[in-house]
Ligand binder design. Sequence first.
Ligand code: PMP
Length: 287
Amino acid sequence: MTRTVYLNGAYLPENEAKVSIFDRGFLFADGVYEVTSVLNGKLVDFDGHAKRLDRSLSELEMKTPISTEDLLKVHRQLVERNGIVDGLIYLQITRGAPDDRDFAFPPAETEPTIVLFTQNKPGLADAPQARTGIKVISVEDLRWGRRDIKTVQLLYPSLGKMAAKKAGCDDAWMVEDGVVTEGTSNNAYIVTKQGTIVTRQLSNDILHGITRAAVLRFAREAQMKVEERPFTIAEAQDAAEAFITSASAFVMPVVEIDGTPVGEGAVGPIATRLREIYLEEMHKAAV
Ligand code: PMP
């Protein structure tokens, strides 16, 4: 099926949407993105993604090419035009396409490039991996120092994912100075034997996950104990449970780290409960 995508104000068939070879997203990875999930035809936590997008743009001194209100309309249009029930909406904004390649930012009148497209994922909330859990390996975190900005420089996370695949695993957790930062495309958590949920505190070292914010809020509301601090791979391997969160995986249990089973080596009760609460609340709040 030919998707309808959005490019710089126009809805186009995917094969007619073209971007310049001088686009700074293409030449310099000079762009930011967001991924919002769609459940039952509605957007999950749209406001959270729109706010983080604004922050990413302002941290990079990029123009905001569209208001949040119009952005919501575009998201809804794409859901409707592509008949998405469950899926994802990918949004990317780059610093635009000047006339030539130059490290210096282009003239102020250069318009940003804005692209949105849908990814159809029937049964997104019912992933079989949520019942079996995923396996991760650890890799050194060699990314740049502003991981709080959601840029399209995803080569290192992509290499991490491939290293995991080669090892027969699903994903990689990145480690810096002996402690876990986050997963290649998700935030990382453990549950201690005392039942405390532990995840790294917010800083420039990790992406401030929209799912993370919601899950920690729900965990605290459910009287679960939460500690925001770093943890090592050894502590994670010795924990009762581990899991990840992201806008597309929601809450996903991790059952093995570097070949060592976590806890019983099976999906644990806290990750399961948090996934249920998250999906239930997000279904209710989706727009
Ligand atoms: N960390 C990284 C590095 C990511 O790429 C992502 C997903 N884009 C996340 C965390 C999770 O963020 P969110 O819950 O907003 O999807």
